[in-house]
Design a binder for this molecule. Sequence first.
Ligand SMILES: [Zn+2]
Ligand SMILES: [Zn+2]
Length: 289
Amino acid sequence: MLDYHLHLWEHRPGPVEATLEQVAAYCERATEAGVQEVALTEHLSRFRQADRVLKGWWEDDPSPALADAMRRAWDDEVGADLDEYVEVALAAKAEGLPVVLGMEVDHYAGRMDVVGELLAGYPFDVLLGSVHWIGSWGLDNGFDPVMVAEWDHRSIESVWDAYTEALEELAASGACDVLAHPDLCKIMGHRPAVPDEWHDRMAEAAARCGLAAEVSSAGLRKPVGEAYPAPALLARFAAAGVPFTTASDAHRLDQVAECRDELRDLLATVGCTTLQAYRGRTPRTVALG
Ligand SMILES: [Zn+2]
Ligand SMILES: [Zn+2]
């Protein structure tokens, strides 16, 4: 079992410092839970180095209210130092802790070349690709009333369509190795009656671009109350030969390795007995355990 999606900081303003002690505590909890390796995958958007080259991307959105909400969310959370984060992860690896250096790469429409240039300067083991935004609308933002209310102004089908289009662009960008929480568009519990066409496109994007798909317990903590991906999408990934990682998407210590048994049971439904781990963005197959 892997926990290949871990954050050091919660989604709120506050200190954003990486320490070896925190990484060691994450590793200890994971090991106790039977997880053989973890990946640190903090959001790219939290780092000052990303702020320098991407700040203001939300101004492309035709809605001033949404753009302003995204600016607020961004400014609240940015501030970490990417060099320090990388140094701490490398130090943890050097000490023999079962951790690899990763990043959760948010999707920046039309700006993935800038993202790729920034990331190329660092020795990442694994990069997760995540669509959290459609334009400047944070579809998974359950805090800001402007973001939450936007669900009332769009049809579920149009949201799933725009989400899937962004996921296809992100997959093709080469900026990531794993599709994180692949059907995040269901987060608030809004699902089309027949989601097959979107599931097909998500699975095709992963297969076409040689990406793995993340099986994540995070959805169990959200309004949808279901792991990512949905069973029907999981089956499509498996049928397309897409490998899997497992993940908690923890944002604090007590969530590390959360729900690993549920994820193992889910993978058993598609006969999956191996996972994909990474070193230097090169995949290797490991036993599910
Ligand atoms: Zn995410
Ligand atoms: Zn995450």
